[in-house]
Design a protein around this ligand. Structure first.
Ligand code: ATP
Ligand code: MG
Length: 268
């Protein structure tokens, strides 16, 4: 089982969308996927269950139970719920998480590992994808400490290099506490190749970060929005769409990278 968190403090860069659609692609390859919605906005959960149902979930039926001392009796197994696809399960997140998403989480001592410990008893999944909020507070920090790998979705308009630098710093800090954490890659998202500015940004990103940038880039495409509105990952909703093909390509590239990393670790 490998756990990947999707992190960037930039809002709207496609973190939730990538988790949602990738889950479908992994499921189509026969993998059992657990999605963890570590964002108080609950976008990923709403993608599967709609906003009202997600907002009505009590704290103990969400990932917030990981952080809530008075819910220490609660185990993750009971909070994980099935989706319409047998291979995809979801540990939902909603507004209950907001109270725990405090800044400066590195001052919290062992509580920093609360999410990691909460997820530990879960078994029967090949991959866990953790969706993070658009900040580097406690939820994202806990996700880093719970993950084996990090993917940074990067929209090709994020010219504030400072933004990425802060994300890299957070990963480096997390590695001090959790040395096996690895950057799996930067993922170019929401790319519109018709725009020179997007193509230029993508080229620069690849020059600067070299092969840490995943070869597959996710385009801006209405198929992602339409299938999300129909609560279905794009590969399951319209498998022939370019968006679906590229999501499958991305899922394979991620699996290949994980296989290489595992091989490197075994021979080290
Ligand atoms: N590749 C894409 N093509 C078209 N629309 C997209 C794409 N990626 C994301 N979107 C849309 O853009 C919006 C923001 O995407 P998403 O919620 O995935 O971003 P996010 O990084 O999770 O945002 P936040 O930081 O608020 O959590 C959503 O409406 C989503 O459907
Ligand atoms: Mg999101």
């Amino acid at each position: 089982m490998a756990t990947i968190c999707f992190i960037n403090q930039k809002g709207g860069c496609g973190k939730s969308s990538t988790c949602f659609h990738l889950a479908g692609a992994f499921a189509q390859q026969g993998l059992r996927v657990l999605l963890v919605d570590a964002d108080p906005q609950g976008s990923l959960s709403q993608g599967f269950f709609g906003s009202q149902r997600v907002e009505n979930l009590p704290l103990v039926e969400t990932v917030a139970a990981a952080f809530d001392e008075s819910s220490s009796w609660c185990d993750a197994t009971s909070a994980v719920r099935p989706t319409a696809w047998p291979a995809i399960s979801l540990l939902p997140g909603n507004q209950h998480l907001a109270q725990f998403n405090v800044p400066s989480p590195e001052r919290l001592g062992m509580e920093q590992f609360a999410l990691r410990e909460f997820l530990q008893p879960l078994s029967g999944f090949d991959l866990t994808l953790i969706d993070c909020p658009p900040n580097l507070y406690r939820c994202s920090w806990s996700a880093l400490l719970a993950a084996d790998y990090v993917v940074i979705p990067v929209p090709p308009e994020d010219f504030g290099a400072q933004g990425l630098r802060v994300v890299h710093q957070a990963i480096e800090q997390a590695e001090l506490l959790h040395p096996s954490l690895q950057l799996l890659g930067h993922l170019v998202t929401r790319l519109d190749r018709r725009l020179i500015v997007h193509r230029t940004y993508e080229r620069r990103l690849r020059q600067i970060y070299d092969d840490t940038v995943l070869a597959t880039a996710i385009p801006e495409a209405s198929a992602f929005k339409v299938s999300l509105a129909c609560r279905q990952p794009v590969g399951l909703y319209s498998p022939r769409a370019t968006a679906a093909r590229l999501t499958r390509d991305l899922s394979r590239e991620i699996l290949d990278r994980i296989t290489v990393r595992i091989g490197e670790a075994a021979t080290a």
